[in-house]
Ligand binder design. Sequence first.
Ligand code: FE2
Ligand code: FE2
Length: 192
Amino acid sequence: MPELLQRLQYRLKSLPDGLQAHIYRVRDVAQELAACHQVDPKRAELGALAHDVCRAVPGDDLLKMSADLGVTVTDVDRDFPLLLHGPVGAELLRQEEGLNDLGLYQAVRWHSTAHASLDDLGKLVFLADKLDPQKSAVYSYQARLHETAQESLDLALLEFLSREMAVRLEKGETVHPASVDARNNLVLRLKS
Ligand SMILES: [Fe+2]
Ligand SMILES: [Fe+2]
């Protein structure tokens, strides 16, 4: 998909500098994890470069774009519309830039909440986003999570979802239904 790569690189140039820097750090982590888990490094690069294409779009605009692009909006998304930057970004790239790789589409779409349908590429992009070294202050357990991700994408994703969900529950906040499904799916699969 060399054409998609070029189109993405062109789109990225118009994003704020700090966001571009984050995206390229995520690309580096994604490629490292791709090598650990025999994931196609080109798709890992595309997923990382694509994941935050709509991260700088304000919440109100994300709600409008969701309606225009046909993206389903849950009550949790409506309460915190920034959660829609993944779904809107994925749909925008599908409809306007020829993103026709389903795994890649899902990776972009669900990189904020995770989803039970994520394959290795989707899990890898999700984790690489959280393993941006600049986020080490946000996730105090990042170094250990990175080591776990090198060994097992499933265990790392489960650890991240469990920790972050516990924090949200403790604060009395919502938990996105896609995150709950993703975690349940991992727990049940890792048990058997
Ligand atoms: Fe994001
Ligand atoms: Fe990101």
